[in-house]
Design a protein around this ligand. Structure first.
Ligand SMILES: *[C@@H]1O[C@H](CO)[C@@H](O)[C@H](O)[C@H]1NC(C)=O
Ligand SMILES: *[C@@H]1O[C@H](CO)[C@@H](O)[C@H](O)[C@H]1NC(C)=O
Length: 353
């Protein structure tokens, strides 16, 4: 199934770059612009990262026990203090959901090129709250180790261990109405890549206590040695440009590895053959036409189909990388209703099994 947000004008005016974010207040855009410039500066040419600068520009939100206006409360749960592994749990309170109904669990991985951002970063705290509220779901947003201090496969290990920890300790950690037979893995950008690789590990290892019903990959971060057409077209796109994506891969992949490593070139010959993995769930892939990673996301979708997996592509021709983080955008709102629909359909599917 291919969907696009038709009805929106795609006429390119001036630079064509500002257009997709026109509905975002200028203060937000100006602020983002400054922060992104500083982020580029913090990612040093010699491959190290200026953590002090990154932490200054990465505003954090504390967890809130008291429910917010949408009825979502949050708390932080430690998994392994030795590697600072934890997750932020977002819970819809009883007054906002039918008290007898069970809620699906969404395990979420934030983006940031594997090297930046946190489950506590303001945009991610806000986005996960929104997911919990709009989807009536319990959301566990995982804080994993970052590169270049911790390279591949640290992030995948942390992701898998976090999921296993939740599965093994659900009775004490999660609210009573959490339904682990309706678990979804989701993530955006590098988090979408991470969610994919965790799903592969789950399908290989037959993790007990949790049933993965679907994978939701918001503009996942994949790559390869070949340059794609969308990388050329959107080389200097806002929010994620090709130079920064290159930097993120160098910081993440093992020293000396090239971009055809199975972690990046996910549909290439070095990738895991998922056609033999019966447990690989239905996947929703979200792509934007103005994202340099667009072609990789479409390739990923096509590879899932070729491997005999259920997959849906949700395509927004005018959207840039990370557009879902701007609730002012109509496409971002529409996307959440599509995600909700996916979660509902996959849940019904379970009941008829
Ligand atoms: C990289 O550059 C920074 C700042 O210029 C410097 O402090 C650091 O020691 C350098 N690291 C390496 C491994 O070259
Ligand atoms: C993916 O990897 C293979 C080699 O492992 C390479 O032949 C292919 O060109 C890569 N795809 C892209 C688009 O870079």
């Amino acid at each position: 199934m291919t969907t696009d947000s038709s009805g929106k004008s795609s006429e390119a005016t001036d630079s064509g770059e500002r257009l997709p974010l026109a509905a975002v207040p200028w203060v937000t855009r100006a602020m983002a612009c400054v922060l992104l410039k500083l982020r580029d500066k913090a990612c040093r040419r010699n491959g190290t990262i200026n953590r002090r600068l990154i932490n200054i520009i990465d505003f954090k939100s504390p967890p809130t026990r008291k429910p917010d206006v949408k009825g979502i409360s949050s708390s932080d749960v430690t998994i392994d203090p030795s590697r600072k592994l934890w997750f932020r749990l977002f819970t819809p309170t009883a007054s906002t959901t039918a008290s007898s109904s069970s809620l699906p669990l969404i395990v979420y991985f934030h983006g940031g090129g594997f090297a930046t951002m946190s489950a506590a970063s303001r945009p991610y705290d806000a986005f996960c709250r929104r997911l919990a509220s709009e989807l009536s779901a319990i959301v566990a947003s995982v804080e994993y180790r970052l590169s270049p201090e911790h390279r591949f496969p640290s992030q995948y290990e942390d992701g898998f261990d976090a999921l296993r920890f939740v599965a093994e300790n659900s009775a004490t950690l999660l609210p009573e109405n959490a339904d682990l037979s309706r678990c979804f893995l989701a993530g955006d950008s590098a988090g979408g890549n991470l969610a994919h690789h965790v799903v592969v590990r789950v399908a290989q290892s037959k993790l007990e206590g949790v049933k993965i019903r679907g994978l939701i990959a918001f503009q996942p971060f994949f790559g390869g040695t070949e340059q794609t057409e969308s990388e050329i077209r959107n080389k200097k796109a806002p929010l994620l440009n090709v130079a920064l994506a290159d930097w993120f891969w160098r910081a993440f992949l093992p020293e000396g590895a090239d971009r055809d490593h199975g972690a990046a070139n996910v549909s290439g010959p070095n990738a895991v053959d998922i056609s033999v993995l019966a447990e690989f769930p239905a996947t929703m892939v979200i792509a934007g036409g103005m994202d340099p990673l667009h072609d990789w996301q479409v390739k990923y979708y096509e590879w899932l189909k070729r491997s005999g997996k259920e997959a849906e592509l949700v395509y927004y021709p005018n959207m840039v990388h990370g557009f879902y983080g701007f609730p002012e955008l109509l496409d971002a709102t529409q996307l959440l209703s599509k995600v909700k629909d996916f979660v509902t359909r996959r849940s019904l599917n379970q009941m008829s099994e």
